[in-house]
Write a protein that binds this ligand. Structure first.
Ligand code: GLC
Length: 511
């Protein structure tokens, strides 16, 4: 039965934020050739697939999430030939490749938008008359109004930066364009797509004002989660299904309920959607248990994620801002074991295998996230989780770029001991722990049951089993007694035979 499980159902997918992973060209920005050089590292880590954030032609107003040409690689990242070589090499290493697709908005440098500014084809975007005031009260997710004015007086909608005009998905040309873009990348051999802002795309007819609480990501509002969007994913699913080898799509769906999330993964829609409730849960056994129960009750192909390029790294979330937060790191390692024991697939974010914390003290002049500028510095933005990876050496650029190049964001001096090279030779390092956990998961895969069984557990801890594996995690402040077991398979910290310390998880073998 497990033989028939499609690859994505229980895959461990590694998110590569392309600008910050590895720079082969020496311009201080990560690129496709850099990723290619590091594929052996990823294969050794033991992940099944990589997800590449946008590498398309872009003026980089939002780090590439402002796409000017959906069918080409930005020169900053390489060429289409580099992309083809990367896919071929990744497949050679047994790694699948998922690419990002950004359908809610384009770049203001996209040919269609430039044409629209000249007065033609405005119906591909959301232009409205407004006079001196914007047409409605919607706010940009990046702060400030969601409308900007063109020189001729009309306004256009942008739910993100002004350089990211929203498409009008009620225009059939937009729909057919994206079907074509999907085919373009499927024909080049990609195994799947990560759909940016998947609960966006359609806005309520008439673009009505919203109460402020509807500005937040909600199951359904005039701005987010319109029912029409599901029609699009039904169409996309047909395209994906028309290709061999289980091509898939995962939606970036921020919503306030597991039931709503489930709508996106109905059998004829997307294969998966991110389960941000897991990432949003505080360090608490009750909170974790509730998310797990709600998720497993609502969706048949669950996913789990702790960090990505938009949120504060979980070492810091769990431990409070310090660079060497031992509590945060201990909890992050424990959370990994819980996540990898759950049914479904797990999405890792580059650098979490090194235990990287958020960089909270980037100088204002080096911050590049549009959120920082649009909020006039009142919001830090997301640069702190996007600092380039420390690969080797004892000083910037830590092997991220060739020596002499300056990475696009400065790297902390404290990162010398966190480099991949430094950790590879230390069996107690976070990198070694990730490798060991991923290896153990691969070995256990065949014996996992589909669901989990909760076992009685002391206050503050959670115990559950999946076949011969029992996963235990202690979120409380006292050590707890382990349930009966034959041996400890792996611990997020040293675990003797009887007690599980606070901020620790373990996998136990129970025949
Ligand atoms: C998604 C991306 C984020 C980007 C935004 C606009 O949330 O993950 O990085 O800024 O969409 O495209």
């Amino acid at each position: 039965m497990h033989m028939e499980t499609p690859w994505w159902r229980d895959a461990v997918v590694y998110e590569i934020y392309v600008r910050s992973f590895a720079d082969a060209s020496g311009d201080g920005v990560g690129d496709l050739a850099g990723i290619r050089q590091r594929l052996p590292y990823l294969a050794e880590l033991g992940v099944d697939a990589i997800w590449l954030t946008p590498f398309y032609r872009s003026p980089m107003a939002d780090g590439g999430y402002d796409v000017a040409d959906y069918r080409d690689v930005d020169p900053l990242f390489g060429t289409l030939a580099d992309f083809d070589a990367l896919v071929a090499d990744a497949h050679g290493h047994g790694l699948r490749v998922i690419v990002d697709i950004v359908p809610n908005h384009s770049s203001s440098e996209h040919e269609w938008f430039k044409t629209a500014l000249r007065g033609e084809g405005r119906d591909r975007y959301l232009f409205r008359d407004g006079g001196e005031l914007p047409p409605n009260n919607w706010q940009s997710t990046f702060s400030g109004p969601a409308w900007s004015r063109t020189p001729d007086g009309q306004w256009y909608l942008h739910l993100f930066a002004a350089e990211q005009p929203d498409f009008n998905w009620r225009n059939p040309e937009v729909r057919s364009e994206f079907l074509d873009v999907l085919r373009f990348w499927l024909d080049r051999g990609v195994d799947g797509f990560r759909i940016d802002v998947a609960m966006g795309l359609y806005k309520a007819e008439g673009l009505p004002d919203t109460p402020p609480e509807d500005q937040a990501f909600k199951a359904e509002s005039p701005i987010w989660g319109r029912p029409e969007v599901h029609e699009v994913y039904r169409e996309w699913r047909k395209v994906l299904d028309s290709y061999p080898d289980e091509r898939m799509a995962i939606g970036e769906v921020w919503t306030d309920s597991a039931e709503d999330l489930a709508l996106y993964v109905r059998p004829d829609e997307l294969h998966q959607s991110f389960n941000f409730a897991w990432l949003e849960a505080p360090w608490s056994a009750t909170a974790f248990q509730k998310v797990i129960d709600d998720t497993l009750a609502a969706v048949t192909a669950p996913t789990w994620v702790l960090s990505n390029h938009d949120v504060v790294r979980h070492v810091t979330r769990y431990g409070g801002g310090l660079i060497n937060s031992t509590t945060g790191l201990a909890r992050a390692r424990a959370a990994l074991l819980a996540m990898l024991a759950l049914p479904g697939s797990a999405y890792l974010y580059q650098g979490e295998e090194l235990g990287l914390p958020e960089v909270t003290d980037l100088p204002p002049e080096s911050r590049q996230d549009p959120i920082f500028a649009r909020s006039r510095g009142t919001l830090p933005g997301r640069d702190g989780c996007r600092v380039p990876i420390p690969w080797s050496g004892v000083a910037e650029p830590y092997g991220f770029s060739p020596d002499g190049a300056r990475p696009w964001l400065p790297q902390p001096v404290e990162w010398a001991v966190l480099s991949a090279e430094h950790q590879a030779s230390d069996p107690g390092s976070t990198l070694s722990f990730y490798q060991e956990a991923l290896r153990a998961r691969r070995e256990l895969r065949g014996s996992f049951t589909d669901g989990i069984t909760w076992l009685d557990s002391p206050e503050g801890a959670l115990f559950f089993s999946r076949g011969p594996l029992t996963c235990v995690i202690n979120c409380g402040s006292d050590s707890v007694q382990l349930p009966p077991h034959e041996r400890v398979l792996i611990g997020s910290a040293p675990v003797d035979g009887y007690l599980l310390p606070p901020d620790t998880a373990a996998w136990l073998h129970t025949p």
